[in-house]
Design a protein around this ligand. Structure first.
Ligand code: SF4
Length: 374
């Protein structure tokens, strides 16, 4: 079955020597054989002395885990590789001490453990604290991979009870961590419980597994998800090199199950802060039926300052794409704030005050965003 237009040949990702194709394409094998330390990493790349030092120093602060699939996409010789920079600690991560653990005040917006309510009718429900791998720029560094944020079944029940008792909630985003780290049966149970709540109209899944471990998206998973429609999925590709043949197949399966697919990327220095790279990413996403939805301004978070790009640069990139590609291939450039998302466009930008950019949120509040230097 064709997955996209002729002439588009996403890279195959063959099993490495010594691993059967069956194992390589198995979710369980990938999870069990994840890169967790320097020795494992050296099987895939030649870490620079700085990276080797950073792995030792930083893995304790924020978990260091990479799936073999994603590790195989890294350039073994180039520390500037855009795949490698997303998951291998760098010395800059230790130097970036500015920033908050919880810049969006999610804890303040949490009526019950791991439920975040910023808007009246929507919640983000962090159903677990686990991901297939851990991205060095993660907004939820404070919780992903941390034991205290895991959700026992009893805690999931408490959150479901709160949703059932809150009739304004019509839209539930399952996030984490990553909800697709759950087994099919656990996810099926959770979706069934949510579907029993009459006021929950829409269920969205925020997952990076189509990018970081696409073999998780099996036909069985898609048949299960289909039973709970309307289900929407937002995934998270940041660079065209992530659009491989297995990732395309994962997106095809989800689309064939009638699931609308969107992409939420993060604008990051040296990874995708370039018009041609961003345009290529978005155009390839459209080819595989994934709509570029949001591109986030990276948050000021401890250990992530080196990824941040000035807002002016982001505005230039998205305005340069206008008129040069299909309108629906251009994501909305947004800033997440404790008042919700603010589109970074003329109507919400109020101006500057020193180094800060002032923006107006949906509720009329002004938010002051520290802007990184160029
Ligand atoms: S997959 Fe998402 S939640 Fe998990 S570490 Fe990466 S950015 Fe954070």
């Amino acid at each position: 079955m064709p997955v996209s237009t002729p002439g588009f040949s996403p890279a195959p990702v063959p099993a490495p020597d010594g691993v059967t194709q069956e194992d390589w394409e198995s979710f369980a094998w990938q999870m069990q054989n994840r890169v967790r330390n320097l020795e494992d990493l050296e099987r895939w790349i030649e870490p620079s002395p700085e990276e080797a030092q950073a792995v030792g120093d930083l893995a304790r602060r924020f978990r260091f885990v990479i799936t073999p699939y994603y590790a195989s996409l890294m350039d073994p010789k180039d520390p500037a590789c855009p795949i490698r920079r997303q998951v291998v600690p760098s010395p800059q991560e230790a130097e970036d001490s500015a920033g908050l653990a919880d810049p969006l005040d999610e804890l303040l917006h949490s009526p019950v453990k791991n439920v975040i309510r910023v808007y009246p009718d929507r919640i983000a429900f962090c159903v677990n604290n686990e991901c297939a791998l851990y991205c060095r720029f993660c907004l939820r560094k404070r919780m992903v991979g941390e034991e205290g944020w895991s959700m026992q079944k009893r805690e999931l029940e408490l959150a479901l009870d709160w949703i059932a008792e809150t009739p304004e909630i019509r839209d539930v985003l399952l996030t984490g961590g990553d909800p697709l780290v759950f087994s099919d049966s656990r996810l099926d149970w959770l979706l069934t419980r949510l579907r029993e709540i009459p006021h929950v109209e829409l269920i969205r899944l925020g997952t990076r597994l189509p990018v970081t471990l696409p073999y998780r998206v099996t036909e069985e998973l898609c048949r299960m998800l289909e039973r709970h429609h309307p289900i929407w999925v937002n995934t998270h590709f940041n660079h065209p090199a992530e659009i491989t043949a297995p990732a395309v197949e994962a997106c095809r399966r989800l689309a064939q199950a009638g699931i609308p697919l969107g992409n939420q990327s993060v604008l990051m220095r040296g990874i995708n802060d370039d018009v041609e790279i961003m345009k290529s990413l978005c155009e390839q996403l459209v080819r595989i039926r994934v709509r570029p939805y949001y591109c986030y301004q990276a948050q000021l978070l401890e250990g992530t300052g080196h990824f941040r790009v000035p807002i002016e640069r982001g505005l230039e990139i998205f305005s340069a794409m206008r008129g040069r590609t299909s309108g629906f291939a251009i994501p909305r450039y947004v800033l997440d704030t404790p008042h919700g998302k603010v589109p970074l466009e003329r109507s919400s930008l109020q101006g500057r005050d020193g180094e800060d950019v002032l923006v107006e949120a949906w509720n009329g509040e002004t938010w002051r965003e520290p802007n990184p230097p160029d």
